[in-house]
Design a protein around this ligand. Structure first.
Ligand code: GLU
Length: 472
């Protein structure tokens, strides 16, 4: 059975580059009816706070990339790591190294001076008998030969063993090191495919030696190319939202983010839009590109709008509720979320834009856009609004068609152009000229509210006009 894993180190945020790694691992497992595991690499106890771990769990839950088993925490496995280290020592595959910091620093300086690659010289590998005191545990890396592996993305890779150090497995404070824990964990959780960022490619030969020493078969390794910003520099805060939480707060949907991420370094013909089901069916490591991929926020916005327009009400509702609440828009009366979606989704690229643009339904108008007023409102238009208010009050069927007919008849009768009436109505009802089709906006706002807002706005707008007209 295929078993993949996502193994983040808690840093306080979940970078979207890491999410792409998680997504590819998730998709590969699901495609092959396998298992996707989550391992929290929390050995750096200072950074790995409970909150930092929670950020990862929340981010993955929001994205729907949930693991098939409860997460594994490396800090819960120290005893096991110790057992494995003891076994390697017993077999003579690892050794205690008592070299002092000073000795290692001098060694390094000399090697650099002689233009050699700095590496441990194997001093304690051959002479430690009878020594005691602080020490690390090192792995006996083969001194000759080479490691070769077939990376599922990068192709064959060969590294001469002479290039590799005698890897530290355990530090002098007896904490185990990253490369060691990863191998023990991957072996013991049955990981068959190690899919991770290519910043780890230099670790792989070291890890392969450990697999051999522990007598275990190698998994398939797949190293994913880096994600860059549109300026071809490593994707960072400078480019925009880079953590899952920031993307969520900016009003993106998980479906859009996953779709944007799946296209980073993986292609399936010219296809751009992928639901999670489609990604799962179509994803394959063979389609992963070797070159770095650029993340485009414009593309993400475009995808987000697509999902806003196409996802069902049931899927969108919790996301919209979240943002309405975050923005402090309380919706005790006014249109329901279901009514808002067809009207506002095509006009919004993010959930935040969506919520802000329909905010006017739920709050009285506190401010009227003076620029719009100067452009669209005159004494005469206010007289029209006054007359129209009476006509609207008489409408017995308050729905978009009837409202449209009422407005249309009015403009025809008074030889106006439609916007000459529609824009002042918008200003009176919403404060600005940003609103969807006027008949639908009115229908959704409800007759009582429309009439009350018109009646309230007319004298205020008149006063504003008068003020404007007064000479200084
Ligand atoms: N913990 C490592 C990281 O966050 C990943 C290790 C791995 O995937 O092997 O970069």
């Amino acid at each position: 059975m295929v078993v993949t894993r996502f193994a983040p180190s808690p840093t306080g945020y979940l970078h979207i580059g890491s999410v792409r790694t998680a997504l590819f691992s998730y998709l590969y497992a699901k495609k092959h009816q396998g298992k996707f595991l989550l391992r929290i690499e929390d050995t750096d106890r200072e950074r790995s706070t409970e909150e930092a771990v929670q950020v990862i769990l929340d981010g993955l839950a929001w994205l729907g990339l949930e693991a098939d088993e409860p997460p594994i925490y490396q800090t819960h496995r120290f005893e096991r790591y110790q057992q494995v280290i003891d076994g390697l020592l017993e077999k003579g595959l690892a050794y205690r190294c008592y070299c002092s910091k000073e000795r290692l620093e001098t060694l390094r300086a000399t090697q650099l001076e002689n233009k050699q690659k700095p590496r441990y010289d194997g001093h304690c590998r051959y002479q430690t008998a009878g020594q005691t005191g602080p020490h690390v545990i090192r792995f006996k890396t083969p001194e000759t030969g080479a490691v070769t592996f077939q990376d599922a993305v990068k192709g064959p890779i060969t590294i001469a063993n002479a290039e590799l150090d005698d890897l530290v497995l355990q530090r002098s404070d007896s904490t185990p090191t990253y490369n060691f824990c990863v191998v023990v964990d991957d072996i013991e959780t049955g990981v068959t495919h190690v899919i991770r960022g290519d910043d780890h490619i230099n670790n792989t030969p070291k890890q392969i030696h450990l697999y051999h020493a522990l007598g275990k078969p190698l998994p398939i390794f797949a190293h994913l190319p880096m994600i860059l910003g549109e300026d071809a520099k490593k994707l960072s805060k400078r480019h925009g939202a880079v953590s899952v939480l920031e993307c969520r707060e900016a009003g993106f949907l998980p479906q859009a983010l996953l779709n944007a991420l799946v296209r980073l370094g993986w292609a399936c013909g010219d296809k751009e839009l992928f639901s999670v089901e489609e990604m799962t069916q179509l994803f394959d490591l063979a389609g992963v590109n070797q070159a770095s991929a650029c993340f485009s926020y414009d593309k993400l916005r475009w995808l987000n709008q697509h999902y806003l327009k196409t996802l069902s009400y049931e899927v969108l509702k919790p996301h919209l509720d979240y943002h309405f609440e975050k923005l402090g828009i309380s919706r005790l009366s006014g249109p329901s979320t279901e009514q808002l979606i067809p009207l506002f989704a095509p006009r919004s690229q993010t959930l935040v834009e969506f919520c802000k643009s329909c905010q006017f339904f739920y709050q009285p108008v506190l401010q009227y856009d003076t620029e719009a007023l100067a452009k669209h409102v005159t004494e005469e238009t206010l007289a029209h609004l006054q007359r129209l208010t009476s006509l609207l009050a008489e409408l017995s069927h308050w729905e978009a068609h009837a409202i449209h007919d009422c407005l249309k008849n009015y403009v025809t009768e008074h030889q106006l152009k439609f916007p000459q009436l529609a824009q002042p109505i918008r200003i009176a009802l919403t404060g600005s000229i940003q609103s969807p089709a006027i008949d639908q906006t009115l229908a959704m706002m409800g007759q009582t509210e429309v009439l009350s807002r018109l009646r309230q706005a007319i004298p205020i707008l008149k006063e504003m006009l008068d003020r404007e007209a007064k000479p200084l």
